[in-house]
Design a protein around this ligand. Structure first.
Ligand SMILES: *Cc1c(COP(=O)(O)O)cnc(C)c1O
Length: 317
């Protein structure tokens, strides 16, 4: 197997991110709940995409790219962080976002404006249309460009979360469960593969906040990432654990998610977002209520960021 340090990686995140015990939530749920502070990755407002971008932008730079395209929903945290990281590295980000969602100059769209980012909205529901538009724009510009898929969720991006699993293993702490939000699959895929390699006692749980076929998507990314790493692991559907926490739809707050946002705020002084981490944490709370965790278990929740969205998609709306 290859080592992670054999892959190009530009240090963008402040690592390792802290792991903290949530004392009040642990008391309320009757198990040991810990939080991995990937909301503190140190650029933009923090978030999980920075770990993926360390590998993706290294590949972009190695290929000589000057322009970096990416996409997502109108309030994509990933797009905002891609702009922040690309700007820092002296590359030109161009965001071609789906028109669906809050396109007003609020939340992440405001932050993109402050970074003087080229943001375009495309009236389509198909990412294929958007990738084709990236090629059209890139060829018109006549400058070398690099395309990052929605969420940075491919094998190269997922390396960031294989590395995160290694970081957790290197902390010397032991967790029975690792819970993350799942929007495009790369985070879960990286963690699940990383757990297989470095955290064999840990079950990774993906909390779905969209309606895509994540069983197939996650396993696909896991397999491609394992191939990139030349890792000798057998992967199958049993390696994927999912729970549907989407509620009324992607980027539409749910009752359960909003309750989780308030519980975390009121008890721990941390602000989850209504699109990803609030819904994911609601999944953890629901499992605790169902008796899925023993009092002696140690459950690590990945706080994957999302702060930008709070000011656009309001849990109180
Ligand atoms: C993108 C995102 C996720 C989901 O990660 P994926 O790798 O896309 O599944 C979770 N939380 C936040 C805040 C995000 O922006």
């Amino acid at each position: 197997m290859k080592q992670l340090n054999e892959f190009g990686r530009i240090p963008l995140a402040v690592l390792p991110t802290p792991i903290q015990r949530l004392e009040n939530i642990s008391r309320l749920t009757g198990t040991n709940v810990w939080i991995k502070r990937d909301d503190m990755t140190g650029i933009g407002l923090g978030g999980n995409k920075v770990r993926k971008l360390e590998f993706l932008l290294a590949e972009a730079r190695a290929q000589g790219a000057e322009v970096v395209f990416t996409t997502g929903g109108a309030q994509s945290n990933h797009a905002m962080l891609t702009a922040a990281c690309a700007k820092k590295l002296g590359m030109t980000p161009i965001l071609i976002l789906k028109k669906r969602g809050v396109t007003a100059r609020r939340g992440n769209v405001l932050l993109e404006h402050l970074m003087n980012t080229d943001v375009r909205f495309m009236d389509t529901d198909s990412y294929e249309d958007i990738y084709a538009e990236m090629d059209r724009v890139g060829q018109t510009l006549g400058r070398p460009y690099y395309k990052i898929p929605c969420g940075g969720s491919n094998a190269v991006g997922a390396l960031g979360y294989v590395a995160c699993a290694k970081e957790i293993a290197d902390s010397g702490m032991h967790f029975t469960h690792l819970v993350c939000a799942e929007g495009s699959g790369g985070t879960h895929a990286g963690l699940a593969l990383g757990a297989k390699l470095f955290l064999p006692e840990t079950t990774v749980l993906g909390m779905m906040v969209d309606t895509d076929p994540f069983d197939v998507i996650t396993l696909g990314i896991m397999r491609q990432t394992a191939e990139l790493l030349e890792a000798d692991v057998r992967l199958g559907p049993d390696d994927i654990h999912l729970r549907d926490m989407c509620g009324p739809g992607y980027a539409i707050p749910s009752e359960e998610g909003n309750r989780a946002v308030r519980l975390m705020a009121e008890n721990e002084g941390l602000f989850l977002d209504p699109v990803y981490t609030g819904k994911a944490f609601a999944g953890l709370l629901a499992m605790a209520a169902e008796g899925a965790f023993k009092p002696s278990d140690n459950v690590l929740f990945l706080f994957s960021g999302g702060a930008g969205g709070i000011f656009a998609v309001n849990p109180e709306d």
